[in-house]
Design a protein around this ligand. Sequence first.
Ligand SMILES: NC(=O)c1ccc[n+]([C@@H]2O[C@H](COP(=O)([O-])OP(=O)(O)OC[C@H]3O[C@@H](n4cnc5c(N)ncnc54)[C@H](OP(=O)(O)O)[C@@H]3O)[C@@H](O)[C@H]2O)c1
Length: 273
Amino acid sequence: MRTLELAGVNVPVIGQGTWRMGEDHARHAEEVAALRLGIELGMTLIDTAEMYAEGGAEEVVGEAIADQRDKVFLVSKVYPHNAGRKGIPQACERSLRRLNTDYIDLYLLHWRGQYPLEETVDAFERLREDGKIGRWGVSNFDVDDLQELASPACATNQVLYNLEERGIEFDLLPWCQRHRQPLMAYCPIGQGGALLAHPTLNQVAARHGVTPAQVALAWILRQDGVIAIPKAVRPEHVHLNAQAMQLRLEAGDLEALDQAFRAPQRKQRLAMV
Ligand SMILES: NC(=O)c1ccc[n+]([C@@H]2O[C@H](COP(=O)([O-])OP(=O)(O)OC[C@H]3O[C@@H](n4cnc5c(N)ncnc54)[C@H](OP(=O)(O)O)[C@@H]3O)[C@@H](O)[C@H]2O)c1
């Protein structure tokens, strides 16, 4: 598994998302097994949030990592309405309990809310000094938000990025690359929706004998400083995602994909889901 350096640690460029996990108890064992399989295959970065199933996804993660905490780079996120001086330590404690661990490797502000950024950063720094988190970062921040934050301690920005949503290529992605701040791409395979049926994506996939989702992941990972966090519960999806690392797209593939999915020509509002 290829890795990149994120605030002092090497992390795999393909991790595992967990949105929609923990919502249905009947799928609990399957979800735990999927994350464990992913870890075994090298996708040891796991992304979760207190928001997902209102803590349910963190509980799934907690069970998946219980006997292998040291193998995993754990990312969780705090709700903006909990991101104040008092709320952050309390939210972090609740997440730690559900995750069944005593530290989170990377703790993110899920999106900007009503609290001043300085207050959130102060609270993050205090958690870091107390050893509750290893480092902190943000999510759904555009260039102006990052400029206002102006903190080299911010370890990452997690944003929507896939072939259908290329807006960040105009300014945000180059900004992060210039500042050596790894960017985490969420919904990298378009939530398994219409993107995967696109004819051009399917043609490129057929040329390489791989699946459209693997092309979508390889397309993101062709760039420096980018991590993709696909979510997969079906074991065959977990295997395919881990293997996507090996796929090298050629100039002709990239041209075809550029024709089908246009790169932005001007500033676009940051897309979110
Ligand atoms: N920071 C934020 O605001 C934010 C927002 C959205 C998401 N996220 C994070 O990013 C993660 C990924 O985004 P996402 O879950 O919304 O969407 P996604 O990863 O783009 O897509 C997930 C969907 O694709 C399917 N899938 C996975 N691998 C596949 C493959 N190889 N072939 C075909 N289908 C495949 C999954 O099915 P199965 O599960 O059935 O295998 C699932 O239905 C989330 O889980 C979450 O951790 C963060």
